[in-house]
Design a protein around this ligand. Sequence first.
Ligand code: ADP
Length: 163
Amino acid sequence: MKTAIYPGSFDPFTLGHLDLLTRSAALFDHVIIAILENRNKTPFFSFEERRDMILAAVDESKISNVSLEYYGGLLIDFAKQKEAAAIVRGLRAVTDFEYELQLASTNKLLAPEVETVFLMASTQYAYLSASTVREVAYFGGDVSAMVPAVNLQRIVERLKENE
Ligand code: ADP
């Protein structure tokens, strides 16, 4: 049984995240989505909102070997606790590379038994980020090509509320 952790802020969960999750779920027996507390970023969507949207997207996509947890500590401790074989991360542009390399190297130092696996972003989502979604939706732009259809209304309304 090979478990992978897919960590992130998912603020909100995008089609790029869903693409990576779907591909990871095909490679591993079980994928745990870990919504991590990030000390450097205050999330726009609450944990409950992010959780509900991710679960709705997973449900709609009919991926069955995925579960979700929140973790407030160090990612590598969570991975060890879950006896995960790997941490999955996405690489978009080269700008992701340096940060991801640093993260993966640190985690390797802390727990050599846990691998970090990188999947290249699919071409159509290579420039898609959660912050882009928030920015476009805030100014009333169309984000239907960026987020799972099941969450579109919720995201648009929530950003409108915040105006
Ligand atoms: P973090 O705050 O850890 O960067 P994110 O929620 O932004 O969390 O992203 C979580 C993971 O998903 C990261 O590995 C990121 O590279 C990946 N990711 C984000 N957007 C995309 C995308 N459009 N295509 C593929 N992977 C992506």
